[in-house]
Write a new protein. Structure first.
Length: 159
């Protein structure tokens, strides 16, 4: 019996578990939930500093970046619209994770994972086809909902 980190004698030290294909796939699916958050941070950080992206969607930020060479690096990207673009994903992921728990409880893990993945796919398509800032932000919100669902459900995937 384990009590406060101390294991009493008489317990079974032999563990019969094996690493099977199912265990490996389950671990890969669970790791993907955290991977998509980190991947988004890397991609959005790189994209928001690209000249072509800034020229098309955030021209005032692009002009400030090109004209003010003596200013601090952080002041160049001082735009409420750009901040909304960046933070909308994280806010949507936070809110969606609360709804994902209810969805998982009612319909199960697979339905939650598939629905979160479909919403994420829709957001990715919308961001890829974006023609204006509104499409970008709506796409980021959908990406956030997909990530919120994924991060809430992949933890339950182990049980």
């Amino acid at each position: 019996m384990a009590v406060g980190g101390i294991v009493a004698q008489g317990g079974s030290a032999n563990f019969e578990g094996r690493v099977t294909c199912f265990v490996v796939i389950t671990c890969l699916v669970a790791a993907t939930g955290g991977l998509i958050f980190g991947y988004d941070i890397g991609i959005s950080g790189g994209v928001t500093s690209m000249d072509e992206f800034l020229q098309k969607f955030f021209p005032t930020v692009y002009e400030k970046e090109k004209n003010l060479r003596h200013e601090n690096q952080y002041c160049k990207f001082d735009s409420h619209l750009l901040q909304l673009f960046t933070s909308s994903l994280y806010l949507a992921a936070l809110v969606a994770s609360f709804f994902a728990s209810a969805t998982t409880r009612l319909f199960g893990r697979k339905v939650s994972m598939v629905s979160g993945g479909c919403v994420f796919l829709c957001g990715a398509v919308l961001n890829g086809a974006a023609q204006n800032v509104a499409m970008l932000i709506i796409g980021r919100l959908l990406l956030g909902v997909g990530i919120g669902y994924a991060n809430q459900v992949v933890i339950n995937f182990f049980s």
